[in-house]
Design a protein around this ligand. Structure first.
Ligand SMILES: C[S@@+](CC[C@H](N)C(=O)[O-])C[C@H]1O[C@@H](n2cnc3c(N)ncnc32)[C@H](O)[C@@H]1O
Length: 318
């Protein structure tokens, strides 16, 4: 693995990803979550000047940084400022119907959390935005100020796994009658007043409930699980025989979706109307390269605490 440049940025599970993608010169590969380009730079090195790298990101600022880094390695790159949900469509328009490798390193990037003006971090005061694509779509404030009580409760319950979701949704409705939500601090105040700060119960310091609530809103704002479900279907179609896909998730909702999807496509689907259960309706099209998800080593977590929740799963097309 090359040391890319002076940019203080660490890509998660980099060695493991490259080893599982098994790239060779001349391969056509896609990085669906370019970010700051850490994985992409190494992918581009591996495929050499005869290969081609396509990349997607919804964040223009990240693309600008990544573009600069990639330009030092090669010109055989095309970047789309778009959601990876458009993967198949974008490639089709380029005349590409098969690829050798796909990478998904999901969720947000370090600059999203570090920059207060993006509104992702409950530790920094900023506008309640949380959009990966800051040029498009509804912000977290729009959702908090506009959704119905039950809709907000569902977001906190399903995406934040918060059992007290109804209580929080009610408090949000009360608060917005008085003052609309604008900043991360506005939301923090309601979360702490309603759910506490997570430190009073039991021993040691418990996770702050705002972590789950901010995560839930972010997933809703960016429609993250919908995009993932859509693209996994496209990934299976696009992979060439023996092509590989690697997915790195950062929370159990994402990982569960990926796990179940890979399981479904790595087993034959039997016809439920066949009394002997032998007739295959859809033969399996993937083989699992990771029976259990790969996690970062203790050393990686010590060096980069943001890697701690990473779960990597990989498949090969049959
Ligand atoms: C964890 S970071 C990727 C880091 C990257 N692997 C690296 O080494 O620098 C995830 C990136 O995916 C982007 N992203 C999230 N959802 C996306 C989607 N549906 N389509 C395209 N990009 C997305 C985010 O904007 C963010 O830049």
């Amino acid at each position: 693995v090359q040391k890319s440049d002076s940019y203080p940025h660490t890509s998660v599970l980099l060695k493991e990803t490259l080893s599982l993608l098994d790239l060779k010169p001349g391969k056509i590969v896609v990085d669906c979550t370019l970010g700051l380009g850490g994985h992409s730079v190494e992918m581009l090195h591996s495929i050499g000047p005869t290969g081609y790298l396509y990349a997607f990101d919804r964040d223009e600022r990240n693309i600008a940084v990544a573009q600069e880094r990639l330009a030092k390695v090669g010109e055989n790159v095309e970047i789309f400022h778009d959601s990876f949900a458009s993967l198949k469509d974008r490639l089709k328009r380029k005349g590409v119907s098969q690829v050798d490798a796909l990478l998904f390193d999901l969720g947000l990037s370090s600059p999203h959390l570090d920059r207060a003006d993006r509104g992702f971090s409950f530790l920094k005061e900023g506008p309640l935005d949380m959009r990966f694509d800051a040029s498009n779509g509804k912000t977290a404030a729009d959702l908090l100020n506009g959704l119905k009580e039950e809709e907000l409760a569902d977001i906190f319950y399903y995406y934040g796994e918060e059992r007290r979701s109804r209580r929080l949704a009610k408090a949000i409705l009360e608060r917005r009658k008085v003052k609309r939500f604008e900043t991360t601090l506005d939301l923090m105040t309601v979360v702490e007043d309603t759910l506490g700060s997570g430190r009073k119960h039991g021993k040691g310091s418990k996770k702050h409930p705002a972590a789950q609530i901010f995560q839930a809103l972010r997933i809703a704002v960016n429609e993250e699980l919908e995009a993932l479900e859509l693209v996994l279907h496209q990934a299976v179609e696009l992979l060439a025989p023996h092509g590989r896909a690697v997915v790195i998730s950062y929370h159990s909702l994402e990982d569960r979706l990926v796990k179940q999807f890979f399981k479904r496509y790595s087993t034959d689907l039997r016809d439920p109307n066949d009394p002997y259960g032998r007739r295959v309706q859809r033969p399996k099209s993937l083989s699992l390269l990771t029976k259990k998800p790969i996690r970062p080593s203790a050393q990686e977590v010590a060096e980069n605490s943001r890697s701690r929740s990473a779960l990597l799963r990989a498949v090969e097309k049959l």
